[in-house]
Design a protein around this ligand. Structure first.
Ligand SMILES: *Cc1c(COP(=O)(O)O)cnc(C)c1O
Length: 360
Protein backbone atom coordinates (compact mmCIF):
# COMPACT_ATOMS: atom_id res chain seq x y z
CA UNK A 1 0.00 0.00 0.00
CA UNK A 2 1.42 3.38 -0.99
CA UNK A 3 -1.16 5.70 0.52
CA UNK A 4 -3.64 4.97 3.26
CA UNK A 5 -5.66 6.52 6.11
CA UNK A 6 -5.77 4.81 9.50
CA UNK A 7 -9.10 5.38 11.25
CA UNK A 8 -8.70 4.92 15.04
CA UNK A 9 -12.15 3.85 16.19
CA UNK A 10 -11.16 3.95 19.87
CA UNK A 11 -10.58 7.71 19.51
CA UNK A 12 -13.97 8.06 17.82
CA UNK A 13 -15.52 6.39 20.84
CA UNK A 14 -13.61 8.59 23.31
CA UNK A 15 -14.59 11.73 21.43
CA UNK A 16 -18.21 10.60 21.45
CA UNK A 17 -18.31 10.20 25.23
CA UNK A 18 -16.36 13.43 25.89
CA UNK A 19 -18.92 15.34 23.79
CA UNK A 20 -21.89 13.51 25.27
CA UNK A 21 -20.75 14.41 28.78
CA UNK A 22 -20.42 18.10 27.92
CA UNK A 23 -23.77 18.09 26.14
CA UNK A 24 -25.37 17.21 29.49
CA UNK A 25 -28.63 15.40 29.16
CA UNK A 26 -28.89 15.63 25.42
CA UNK A 27 -28.80 12.61 23.14
CA UNK A 28 -26.37 12.43 20.24
CA UNK A 29 -27.19 12.51 16.55
CA UNK A 30 -23.96 11.47 14.82
CA UNK A 31 -23.49 13.37 11.58
CA UNK A 32 -22.02 10.93 9.05
CA UNK A 33 -22.71 12.77 5.79
CA UNK A 34 -20.08 12.92 3.05
CA UNK A 35 -18.86 9.42 3.89
CA UNK A 36 -18.52 10.37 7.57
CA UNK A 37 -16.36 13.37 6.66
CA UNK A 38 -14.17 11.03 4.63
CA UNK A 39 -13.73 8.40 7.37
CA UNK A 40 -16.10 5.77 5.91
CA UNK A 41 -19.78 6.17 6.83
CA UNK A 42 -20.69 2.49 7.13
CA UNK A 43 -17.79 1.40 9.39
CA UNK A 44 -18.06 4.57 11.50
CA UNK A 45 -21.83 4.19 11.94
CA UNK A 46 -21.68 0.46 12.67
CA UNK A 47 -19.02 1.07 15.26
CA UNK A 48 -20.98 3.88 16.96
CA UNK A 49 -24.18 1.82 16.90
CA UNK A 50 -22.42 -1.09 18.54
CA UNK A 51 -20.24 0.66 21.14
CA UNK A 52 -22.14 3.83 22.10
CA UNK A 53 -25.70 4.94 22.84
CA UNK A 54 -25.95 7.05 19.67
CA UNK A 55 -29.61 7.76 19.02
CA UNK A 56 -29.69 8.71 15.36
CA UNK A 57 -27.48 9.21 12.30
CA UNK A 58 -27.65 12.24 10.01
CA UNK A 59 -26.68 12.30 6.34
CA UNK A 60 -27.16 14.78 3.50
CA UNK A 61 -28.80 12.67 0.76
CA UNK A 62 -31.16 9.72 0.30
CA UNK A 63 -28.31 7.80 -1.37
CA UNK A 64 -26.15 8.24 1.72
CA UNK A 65 -29.04 6.97 3.83
CA UNK A 66 -29.56 3.92 1.63
CA UNK A 67 -25.87 3.09 1.90
CA UNK A 68 -26.13 3.02 5.71
CA UNK A 69 -29.19 0.73 5.64
CA UNK A 70 -27.46 -1.60 3.18
CA UNK A 71 -24.55 -1.60 5.62
CA UNK A 72 -26.87 -2.86 8.36
CA UNK A 73 -27.61 0.33 10.31
CA UNK A 74 -30.80 0.04 12.40
CA UNK A 75 -31.04 3.46 14.14
CA UNK A 76 -33.15 6.26 12.68
CA UNK A 77 -31.45 8.01 9.76
CA UNK A 78 -32.15 11.70 9.27
CA UNK A 79 -31.66 13.01 5.71
CA UNK A 80 -30.95 16.71 6.11
CA UNK A 81 -30.63 18.25 2.67
CA UNK A 82 -32.52 16.23 0.10
CA UNK A 83 -35.91 17.71 -0.88
CA UNK A 84 -38.84 15.33 -1.18
CA UNK A 85 -39.28 15.90 -4.90
CA UNK A 86 -38.30 12.61 -6.40
CA UNK A 87 -36.72 9.44 -5.12
CA UNK A 88 -38.87 9.23 -2.02
CA UNK A 89 -39.61 5.57 -2.83
CA UNK A 90 -36.22 5.01 -1.30
CA UNK A 91 -37.33 6.91 1.83
CA UNK A 92 -40.08 4.35 2.44
CA UNK A 93 -38.12 1.33 1.30
CA UNK A 94 -35.14 2.11 3.55
CA UNK A 95 -37.07 3.80 6.34
CA UNK A 96 -35.27 7.15 6.12
CA UNK A 97 -36.48 10.29 7.89
CA UNK A 98 -36.41 13.35 5.63
CA UNK A 99 -36.01 16.89 6.88
CA UNK A 100 -38.85 19.01 5.50
CA UNK A 101 -37.87 22.64 4.88
CA UNK A 102 -40.51 23.93 2.43
CA UNK A 103 -44.26 23.62 1.83
CA UNK A 104 -43.83 21.53 -1.32
CA UNK A 105 -41.97 18.80 0.56
CA UNK A 106 -44.39 19.11 3.46
CA UNK A 107 -47.33 18.31 1.17
CA UNK A 108 -45.53 15.35 -0.37
CA UNK A 109 -44.68 13.99 3.08
CA UNK A 110 -48.27 14.33 4.28
CA UNK A 111 -49.78 12.83 1.10
CA UNK A 112 -47.45 9.84 1.23
CA UNK A 113 -47.61 9.35 5.03
CA UNK A 114 -43.86 9.86 5.48
CA UNK A 115 -42.71 10.75 9.04
CA UNK A 116 -40.37 13.76 8.98
CA UNK A 117 -38.41 16.35 10.96
CA UNK A 118 -39.30 19.97 10.36
CA UNK A 119 -36.59 22.60 9.83
CA UNK A 120 -37.01 26.25 10.72
CA UNK A 121 -34.65 29.09 9.77
CA UNK A 122 -33.70 31.09 12.86
CA UNK A 123 -30.84 32.99 11.23
CA UNK A 124 -28.79 30.63 9.09
CA UNK A 125 -30.41 31.96 5.92
CA UNK A 126 -30.14 28.60 4.18
CA UNK A 127 -32.77 25.86 4.58
CA UNK A 128 -35.94 26.09 6.62
CA UNK A 129 -39.22 27.93 7.17
CA UNK A 130 -38.78 31.62 8.05
CA UNK A 131 -40.45 32.99 11.22
CA UNK A 132 -43.30 34.68 9.32
CA UNK A 133 -44.26 31.27 7.88
CA UNK A 134 -44.40 29.56 11.29
CA UNK A 135 -48.01 30.40 11.97
CA UNK A 136 -49.40 28.86 8.78
CA UNK A 137 -46.91 26.04 9.13
CA UNK A 138 -48.34 25.15 12.51
CA UNK A 139 -51.79 24.77 10.98
CA UNK A 140 -50.60 22.69 8.04
CA UNK A 141 -48.38 20.18 9.84
CA UNK A 142 -49.78 16.69 10.30
CA UNK A 143 -48.69 16.04 13.87
CA UNK A 144 -49.10 12.29 13.55
CA UNK A 145 -46.14 12.37 11.13
CA UNK A 146 -44.04 15.02 12.86
CA UNK A 147 -41.07 13.28 14.48
CA UNK A 148 -38.68 16.15 15.21
CA UNK A 149 -38.03 19.88 14.88
CA UNK A 150 -34.67 21.42 14.12
CA UNK A 151 -32.80 24.58 13.21
CA UNK A 152 -29.13 25.36 12.53
CA UNK A 153 -26.69 27.88 14.00
CA UNK A 154 -24.87 30.21 11.63
CA UNK A 155 -21.89 31.15 13.82
CA UNK A 156 -21.82 29.20 17.05
CA UNK A 157 -18.06 29.61 17.48
CA UNK A 158 -17.66 33.15 16.31
CA UNK A 159 -20.73 34.90 17.72
CA UNK A 160 -22.25 33.45 20.92
CA UNK A 161 -24.58 36.46 21.16
CA UNK A 162 -26.18 35.79 17.77
CA UNK A 163 -26.29 32.09 18.60
CA UNK A 164 -28.33 32.87 21.73
CA UNK A 165 -30.66 35.05 19.63
CA UNK A 166 -31.29 32.13 17.27
CA UNK A 167 -31.89 29.89 20.25
CA UNK A 168 -34.33 32.37 21.85
CA UNK A 169 -36.25 32.52 18.59
CA UNK A 170 -36.47 28.73 18.43
CA UNK A 171 -37.62 28.04 21.99
CA UNK A 172 -41.13 29.60 21.78
CA UNK A 173 -41.81 27.79 18.51
CA UNK A 174 -40.71 24.52 20.09
CA UNK A 175 -42.93 25.20 23.11
CA UNK A 176 -45.90 25.66 20.82
CA UNK A 177 -45.15 22.34 19.14
CA UNK A 178 -44.90 20.77 22.60
CA UNK A 179 -48.49 21.76 23.37
CA UNK A 180 -49.50 19.23 20.70
CA UNK A 181 -46.72 16.65 20.64
CA UNK A 182 -43.47 15.78 22.38
CA UNK A 183 -40.77 15.32 19.72
CA UNK A 184 -36.97 15.63 19.55
CA UNK A 185 -35.70 19.22 19.26
CA UNK A 186 -32.19 19.88 17.99
CA UNK A 187 -30.11 22.87 16.89
CA UNK A 188 -26.52 22.49 18.02
CA UNK A 189 -23.73 21.22 15.85
CA UNK A 190 -20.27 20.62 17.39
CA UNK A 191 -19.50 24.30 17.85
CA UNK A 192 -22.49 24.92 20.12
CA UNK A 193 -22.09 21.85 22.34
CA UNK A 194 -19.95 23.71 24.96
CA UNK A 195 -22.67 26.39 25.29
CA UNK A 196 -24.96 23.73 26.82
CA UNK A 197 -28.20 25.20 25.53
CA UNK A 198 -30.44 22.51 26.91
CA UNK A 199 -33.74 24.15 27.75
CA UNK A 200 -36.18 22.25 25.51
CA UNK A 201 -33.42 20.85 23.26
CA UNK A 202 -33.21 17.07 23.46
CA UNK A 203 -30.49 16.18 20.93
CA UNK A 204 -27.15 17.56 19.61
CA UNK A 205 -26.05 16.95 16.03
CA UNK A 206 -22.28 16.45 16.14
CA UNK A 207 -19.98 15.96 13.18
CA UNK A 208 -16.50 17.45 13.09
CA UNK A 209 -15.74 17.09 16.81
CA UNK A 210 -16.54 13.36 16.71
CA UNK A 211 -13.73 13.06 14.19
CA UNK A 212 -11.45 15.02 16.50
CA UNK A 213 -11.15 18.38 14.78
CA UNK A 214 -12.21 21.83 15.90
CA UNK A 215 -15.33 23.52 14.50
CA UNK A 216 -13.56 26.83 15.22
CA UNK A 217 -10.06 27.59 16.45
CA UNK A 218 -10.97 28.42 20.06
CA UNK A 219 -12.95 25.18 20.58
CA UNK A 220 -11.62 23.75 23.83
CA UNK A 221 -13.25 20.32 24.12
CA UNK A 222 -10.39 17.77 24.32
CA UNK A 223 -11.04 15.59 21.28
CA UNK A 224 -8.40 13.64 19.37
CA UNK A 225 -8.00 13.43 15.62
CA UNK A 226 -9.37 10.04 14.55
CA UNK A 227 -7.66 9.79 11.18
CA UNK A 228 -3.94 9.45 10.41
CA UNK A 229 -2.94 9.84 6.78
CA UNK A 230 0.18 8.06 5.62
CA UNK A 231 2.27 7.41 2.54
CA UNK A 232 5.73 6.17 1.56
CA UNK A 233 8.92 7.44 -0.02
CA UNK A 234 9.20 6.23 -3.60
CA UNK A 235 12.54 7.88 -4.43
CA UNK A 236 15.52 9.27 -2.52
CA UNK A 237 18.38 11.14 -4.17
CA UNK A 238 20.86 13.99 -3.78
CA UNK A 239 20.27 17.03 -5.93
CA UNK A 240 23.26 19.24 -6.78
CA UNK A 241 23.46 22.87 -5.64
CA UNK A 242 21.34 25.24 -7.72
CA UNK A 243 18.95 22.48 -8.91
CA UNK A 244 15.29 23.44 -9.08
CA UNK A 245 12.48 21.30 -7.70
CA UNK A 246 9.04 20.51 -9.15
CA UNK A 247 6.67 22.51 -11.39
CA UNK A 248 7.25 26.20 -11.76
CA UNK A 249 10.73 25.84 -10.20
CA UNK A 250 9.60 27.57 -7.02
CA UNK A 251 12.40 26.00 -4.91
CA UNK A 252 16.09 25.86 -5.73
CA UNK A 253 18.74 23.99 -3.70
CA UNK A 254 21.39 26.20 -2.05
CA UNK A 255 23.85 23.31 -1.72
CA UNK A 256 23.78 19.57 -2.34
CA UNK A 257 20.47 18.50 -0.84
CA UNK A 258 19.03 15.06 -0.23
CA UNK A 259 15.37 14.96 -1.22
CA UNK A 260 12.68 12.32 -1.10
CA UNK A 261 9.62 11.89 -3.28
CA UNK A 262 6.45 11.06 -1.30
CA UNK A 263 3.62 9.21 -3.06
CA UNK A 264 0.99 11.74 -2.02
CA UNK A 265 -0.26 14.77 -3.91
CA UNK A 266 -3.22 17.02 -4.39
CA UNK A 267 -5.20 14.22 -6.04
CA UNK A 268 -4.94 12.46 -2.68
CA UNK A 269 -6.04 15.52 -0.77
CA UNK A 270 -2.75 17.32 -0.08
CA UNK A 271 -3.71 20.96 -0.66
CA UNK A 272 -1.58 22.47 -3.39
CA UNK A 273 -1.65 25.80 -1.55
CA UNK A 274 0.63 24.20 1.07
CA UNK A 275 3.47 24.00 -1.48
CA UNK A 276 6.73 25.25 0.08
CA UNK A 277 4.97 26.06 3.35
CA UNK A 278 4.11 22.85 5.10
CA UNK A 279 5.76 19.68 6.31
CA UNK A 280 5.39 15.94 6.68
CA UNK A 281 6.80 13.63 9.33
CA UNK A 282 9.37 10.88 8.83
CA UNK A 283 10.56 8.79 11.82
CA UNK A 284 9.22 11.47 14.16
CA UNK A 285 11.02 14.35 12.41
CA UNK A 286 9.26 17.24 10.74
CA UNK A 287 10.43 17.54 7.14
CA UNK A 288 9.69 20.55 4.92
CA UNK A 289 7.91 20.29 1.60
CA UNK A 290 10.12 21.51 -1.26
CA UNK A 291 8.55 23.11 -4.32
CA UNK A 292 5.03 22.62 -5.57
CA UNK A 293 2.85 19.75 -4.46
CA UNK A 294 2.02 17.71 -7.60
CA UNK A 295 -1.03 15.59 -8.39
CA UNK A 296 0.42 12.28 -7.17
CA UNK A 297 3.71 13.21 -5.55
CA UNK A 298 5.40 15.73 -3.27
CA UNK A 299 9.14 16.40 -2.89
CA UNK A 300 10.48 16.79 0.67
CA UNK A 301 13.88 17.63 2.13
CA UNK A 302 15.80 14.76 3.72
CA UNK A 303 18.72 16.86 4.96
CA UNK A 304 17.80 16.37 8.61
CA UNK A 305 16.90 12.69 8.65
CA UNK A 306 18.29 9.58 7.04
CA UNK A 307 15.50 7.87 5.13
CA UNK A 308 15.12 5.28 2.42
CA UNK A 309 12.72 4.28 -0.32
CA UNK A 310 9.77 2.51 1.30
CA UNK A 311 9.96 4.45 4.57
CA UNK A 312 6.66 5.63 6.02
CA UNK A 313 5.71 9.29 5.70
CA UNK A 314 3.05 10.86 7.92
CA UNK A 315 0.92 13.45 6.13
CA UNK A 316 -1.43 14.05 9.07
CA UNK A 317 -1.77 12.70 12.61
CA UNK A 318 -2.42 14.02 16.14
CA UNK A 319 0.60 16.37 15.83
CA UNK A 320 0.31 17.37 12.18
CA UNK A 321 -3.40 17.89 12.51
CA UNK A 322 -5.99 18.78 9.88
CA UNK A 323 -6.71 21.82 12.08
CA UNK A 324 -3.14 23.12 11.72
CA UNK A 325 -3.02 22.23 8.05
CA UNK A 326 -6.27 24.10 7.41
CA UNK A 327 -5.10 27.17 9.28
CA UNK A 328 -1.89 27.23 7.29
CA UNK A 329 -3.68 26.64 3.98
CA UNK A 330 -6.45 29.18 4.57
CA UNK A 331 -9.35 26.74 4.87
CA UNK A 332 -11.21 24.67 7.48
CA UNK A 333 -10.51 21.10 8.62
CA UNK A 334 -13.93 20.02 7.24
CA UNK A 335 -12.73 20.67 3.70
CA UNK A 336 -9.43 18.82 4.20
CA UNK A 337 -11.18 15.72 5.62
CA UNK A 338 -13.68 15.62 2.77
CA UNK A 339 -10.89 15.95 0.24
CA UNK A 340 -8.91 12.88 1.31
CA UNK A 341 -9.48 10.97 -1.91
CA UNK A 342 -11.10 7.54 -2.29
CA UNK A 343 -7.81 6.22 -3.66
CA UNK A 344 -6.36 6.62 -0.15
CA UNK A 345 -7.36 3.27 1.36
CA UNK A 346 -9.15 3.48 4.72
CA UNK A 347 -7.88 1.06 7.34
CA UNK A 348 -9.98 0.68 10.51
CA UNK A 349 -8.08 0.19 13.75
CA UNK A 350 -9.62 -0.72 17.07
CA UNK A 351 -7.03 0.53 19.56
CA UNK A 352 -3.69 2.31 19.88
CA UNK A 353 -2.00 -1.11 19.68
CA UNK A 354 -2.78 -0.98 15.97
CA UNK A 355 -5.02 -4.06 15.81
CA UNK A 356 -6.80 -3.92 12.47
CA UNK A 357 -10.53 -4.45 12.62
CA UNK A 358 -11.43 -6.49 9.61
CA UNK A 359 -15.08 -6.91 10.52
CA UNK A 360 -15.83 -3.20 10.08
C1 LIG B 1 -23.03 19.15 8.84
C2 LIG B 1 -24.10 19.54 9.72
C3 LIG B 1 -23.98 19.37 11.11
C4 LIG B 1 -22.71 18.94 11.79
O1 LIG B 1 -21.86 20.06 11.96
P1 LIG B 1 -20.44 19.94 12.68
O2 LIG B 1 -19.96 21.35 12.73
O3 LIG B 1 -19.61 19.09 11.80
O4 LIG B 1 -20.65 19.35 14.02
C5 LIG B 1 -25.10 19.65 11.88
N1 LIG B 1 -26.25 20.09 11.32
C6 LIG B 1 -26.38 20.29 9.99
C7 LIG B 1 -27.67 20.77 9.44
C8 LIG B 1 -25.31 20.03 9.14
O5 LIG B 1 -25.44 20.24 7.83
Amino acid sequence: MLRWAEVYLNRLKNNYFVLKKIAGNKKVIAVVKANAYGHGSVPVSRFLEKFTDVSMFAVATFDEGRELREGGIKNPILVMSNPLLEGFDCVKEYNLTPVVFDFKSLNIAIKNRIPFHLKVDTGMGRLGFLPDEWHSLFDKVDFSLLSGVMSHFADSGGDPEFTRCQYRLFVPFARRILTVKKVPFHIDSSGAVPMVLDEILTHSRVGIALYGCKPFSGFSVPVEQVMEVKSKLISVKTLPAGWSVSYGRTYKTMKDEVVGVVAFGYADGFMRSLSNKWMVKIKGNFIPVRGRICMDMTVVSLDKVEAFVGDEVVISDRELTFDRMAERGGTIPYEIMCDISPRVKRVFIEGEDGKILSRF
